[in-house]
Design a protein around this ligand. Structure first.
Ligand code: NAD
Ligand code: UDP
Length: 310
């Protein structure tokens, strides 16, 4: 049994991770400032004696005794990370420095939740870990993209300079129950719109692609990465390589929900990546991991969840 800190533990991915690690018998410290996360996501864990909740903003240092750290604290939806972009980059940079400082002091292993956004709007398809990316440093997504790139840099430098045991995963679009209904990301937006019979807002002409991973597969990948031997740092892509256009996703969800909602086209946001699909060869080889949940199976579970909350 280990004592494990999960920053951003009350968020979408964090709350599932808390649940899975508790079920494995570990002691969990969930740290969150509740910017995009919610107590509702972890309400069912609060009575567990192996679960502790700390309201804390990771831009400030924290002193704890832990053996592992999953650093997930950061708003993930473009709507939310662009709401206060200065705070977003602070969360990424100061959050990395503070969690790495903690890892250094207590000799914990730290896993950084990085993102496919480090590849920006990629010219290489599918994206492999050795691709350096094509990121606009001064655009509206930069607070997140460059923040995550700086966090990766800090991870590597703390490893090289201070021998901190680090792991970096690059997470591709992940969806599932406990995404916030107002989260703004495409899967939750489309499901909520379809269930409410509102217009389905496709940005641009909907020809841009994404590859969607179900949350259970992602959590399995994160835990496997933490369990890899000490010298293996990553970065490792985690995501489902099945690629869909956004228009295809809208059509699938209209069919699956039986909704009468109509598709409407809205302007494409600045710097919206045109295509995205992970090459997961490295994850397959080093983690023995690959996603198991096909899109429609994961969407069915997510639709069922949203029917319950809206
Ligand atoms: P989320 O917004 O649901 O969760 C983020 C959590 O971090 C929330 O609970 C939020 O309140 C908390 N948080 C934000 N700023 C904080 C701060 N300064 N101090 C403490 N807590 C803070 O998003 P998610 O989808 O669960 O994403 C979790 C992590 O995974 C993020 O780092 C995100 O960048 C990364 N990621 C997610 C995806 C995805 O598709 N879900 C893709 C790529 C990367
Ligand atoms: N998108 C859309 N309608 C929405 C929300 C998002 O068409 O209501 C598009 C968005 O422009 C992008 C894709 O869906 O091309 C994925 O967006 P999301 O915000 O989920 O994540 P991203 O991968 O862009 O970070």
């Amino acid at each position: 049994m280990k004592r494990i800190l999960i920053t951003g533990g009350a968020g979408f991915l964090g709350s599932h991770l808390c649940e899975h690690l508790l079920a494995q018998g570990h002691d969990i410290i969930c740290l969150d400032n509740f910017f995009t996360g919610s107590k509702n996501n972890i309400l069912h864990l609060l009575s567990n004696p192996h679960f502790e909740l700390i309201r804390h903003d990771i831009i400030n240092p924290i002193f704890l005794e832990v053996e592992e750290i999953y650093n997930l604290a950061c708003p993930a939806s473009p709507v939310h990370y662009q709401y206060n972009p200065i705070k977003t980059i602070k969360t990424n940079v100061m959050g990395a420095i503070n969690t790495l400082g903690l890892a250094k002091r207590v000799r914990a292993t730290i896993l950084q939740a990085s993102t496919s956004e480090v590849y920006g709007d990629p010219e290489v398809h599918p994206q492999k870990e050795d691709y350096w990316g094509r990121v606009n440093p001064i655009g509206i997504r930069s607070c997140y993209d460059e923040g995550k790139r700086a966090a990766e840099c800090l991870m590597m430098d703390y490893h090289r300079q201070n021998h901190v045991n680090i792991k970096i995963v690059r997470i591709f679009n992940t969806y599932g129950p406990r995404m916030a209904p107002d989260d703004g990301r495409v899967v939750s937006n489309f499901i909520v719109q379809a269930l409410r019979g509102e217009d389905i807002t496709v940005f641009g002409d909907g020809s841009q692609t994404r590859s969607f991973c179900y949350v259970d597969d992602m959590i399995d990948g994160l835990i496997r990465m933490m369990g890899t031997p000490k010298g293996f740092l990553g970065p490792v892509n985690l995501g489902n390589p099945a690629e869909f256009t956004i228009l295809e996703l809208a059509e699938i969800l209209i069919r699956m929900t039986g909704s009468r909602a109509k598709i409407v086209f809205k302007p494409l946001p600045q710097d919206d990546p045109t295509q995205r699909k992970p090459d997961i060869t490295l994850a397959q080889k080093k983690l023995g991991w690959q996603p198991r949940v096909p899109l429609e199976e994961g969407l069915a579970k997510t639709i069922e969840y949203f029917r319950g909350v809206i």
